[in-house]
Ligand binder design. Structure first.
Ligand code: GLC
Ligand code: CA
Length: 543
């Protein structure tokens, strides 16, 4: 297994990171321009969201050719230059492998549509008549999961958009082709991979109706998923690279298996349970206040569960599918800076590998769009229509979209207070946030107390202290409301992280004698951490 325990990974949503040629869309050369910034931050790997040829219906998660770069983002020479220049700075490039489905513009799908038997078998086609789909499963983007093709008199499965057709991993030719994709990029010098919704690749033998849910229980962590991952990893020789699987609605049990080194599957997993603590009945479109006690319980269950079994977590709050954490669990008005730092502290010192999503290190906020036309995301538009059809008013629907839309994290990276936030010379593909005049990278770099500077410290601490990267974890003071507290230990080394998730003072009532504060988001920690102010985080080290 590769060494990833003391590393930090930075996610780049390419189209919103930096535009080098003025078309309003971020690109590979834009990333090259910003390598020094990334080196200053101190991150070890860059995970790039898909840069492959794509009709961009789901911003590149609909791949039409896995072996080429979409001209929107540059060309192969640009990518090779990025790999090389990043490598010179000690930064590895990770690519995003979207292997559960392809775009319906992929050559394989086109040949299937032409009725070629060999390629029909690359996807999941089932017979049916125009009004009776094979099952009642729902797409994760809303609407049915089956699309009818008239001239074939068949349906194909799409767990996401209709233009994202699910691949048939039961077909060895599909698996072999996907291995060739990995081999190709590995030979280009790519250092790691993120596997998009990889726990959905194994579909059941028989397709049944789901009278309880949307069908996910039949294909999530499906029957042969572990075999398929093992085979892919073994046959492409990527066991020593950094690999992370995105696991949709998964279980701890399965994630232990995906990430336990003895299983020879992946380095680590993303799971999303901790980001559903403000969903009612697990439904993203029903908003409730976040349940912090539930959050604490989930962290504890996953951290301890993984530790006991030698599994490994990816630690993250933000990505291109999630609203900004400072707007969600912090306070992006009165306590923006402290709450952003507390949220960072709370996960960076846990057992696992931390991820930073572009702009998180600046405390970038939600989009606060006011009109549906400002949204670009296919999912937001689908659900807006669904909510209207369910009888919600447009302002009610907009309010929910405002809290939940994936576009919250997709607004252009705020580099400076120049026009278009220094992201582009021209109007960006998606609206910029008004707050870029004050929230931007230039300000972050010029202030020793910035959120950026704080992330630098967290990244450095993980490298300096084996207790963070290698130590055990134990949760403490679980009954103190709104406090997430844990102890890390390794031989005589010990650190404690105390995080106040509320805007009220917390009295801890415990004496941390013999400990010294080594990091905090207020100028000086009160009483060695006995009282925590609004959103205060304190890190104590045993002397
Ligand atoms: C993952 C991606 C998301 C994409 C979906 C379908 O969840 O993170 O952006 O829409 O998979 O590929
Ligand atoms: Ca561009």
């Amino acid at each position: 297994m590769g060494n990833f325990k003391n590393k930090t990974i930075y996610q780049i949503y390419v189209r919103s990171f930096k535009d080098s040629n003025g078309d309003g869309i971020g690109d590979i050369r834009g990333i090259i321009e910003k390598l020094n910034y990334l080196r200053r931050l101190g991150v070890d790997y860059l995970w790039l969201t898909p840069i492959f040829t794509s009709p961009q219906n789901d911003n590149g998660y609909d791949v039409a050719d896995y072996l080429n770069v979409d001209p929107l983002f540059g060309n192969m020479a640009d990518l090779e230059e990025l790999i090389q220049k990043a490598g010179e700075k000690g930064i590895g490039i990770m690519l995003d492998m979207v292997f559960n489905h392809t775009s319906t513009k992929h050559e394989w799908f086109k040949r299937a549509m032409a009725g070629e038997e060999e390629f029909l078998n690359y996807y999941i086609f089932k017979g049916g008549s125009p009004d009776t789909p094979p099952t009642n499963w729902k797409s994760k983007f809303g609407g049915p999961a089956w699309a009818y093709v008239e001239n074939l008199n068949k349906y194909y499965l799409h767990l996401f958009d209709e233009t994202q057709a699910d691949l048939n991993w039961g077909n060895p030719a599909v698996r072999e082709n996907l291995k060739n994709v990995i081999r190709f990029w590995k030979q280009k010098g790519i250092k790691g991979f993120r596997f998009d919704v990889i726990n959905l690749i194994s579909k059941p033998e028989v397709f049944e109706m789901d009278f309880e849910g949307d069908g996910r229980r039949f294909y999530t962590d499906g029957p042969l998923v572990h075999e398929y991952i093992k085979e892919l990893v073994r046959d492409t020789g990527i066991i020593d690279m950094v690999t992370v699987g995105e696991m949709s609605s998964t279980s701890l049990e399965n994630c232990i298996k995906y990430s336990n080194p003895a299983e020879e599957e992946l380095s680590m997993c993303f799971n999303f349970h901790h980001l559903k603590i403000d969903y009612k009945d697990q439904d993203k479109w029903q908003v409730i206040p976040p349940d912090i006690e539930k959050l604490k319980g989930l962290f504890e269950a996953w951290q301890i569960g993984m530790q006991k079994t030698d599994g490994w977590n990816a630690l993250f709050w933000c990505n291109h599918d999630q609203p900004r954490i400072v707007s969600r669990l912090g306070d992006d008005k009165a306590y923006r800076v402290v709450s952003a730092k507390m949220l960072a502290t709370s996960i960076h010192l846990m057992r696992g590998t931390p991820y930073i999503y572009q702009g998180e290190e600046l405390g970038m906020t939600n989009a606060y769009f006011t009109d549906i036309s400002q949204y670009q995301d296919i999912e937001s538009h689908n659900y807006y229509k669904i909510m209207l059809s369910q009888g919600k008013s447009s302002s009610e629907a907009l309010k929910i979209i405002g809290l939940r839309s994936r576009d919250n994290s997709r607004t252009p990276m705020q580099w400076s207070d120049e026009e278009y936030a220094g992201f582009s010379k021209n109007k960006p593909w998606i609206s910029l946030l008004d707050n870029y005049k004050s929230i931007n990278a230039e300000n972050g770099l010029n202030d020793d107390n910035s959120i950026f500077a704080y992330y630098q410290k967290l990244i450095r601490l993980r490298k300096e202290k084996a207790v963070i990267s290698e130590g055990g974890i134990e949760f403490i003071l679980p009954n103190t409301k709104n406090l997430l507290a844990y102890r890390r230990y390794l031989g005589p080394e010990e650190i404690i992280a105390l995080n106040n998730f509320s805007n009220k003072e917390i009295i801890i009532g415990q004496d941390f004698k013999g400990y010294k504060a080594i990091l905090g988001n207020y100028e000086s920690p009160l009483n060695g951490g006995q009282t925590l102010r609004a959103f205060e985080a304190v890190v104590l080290e045993k002397q």
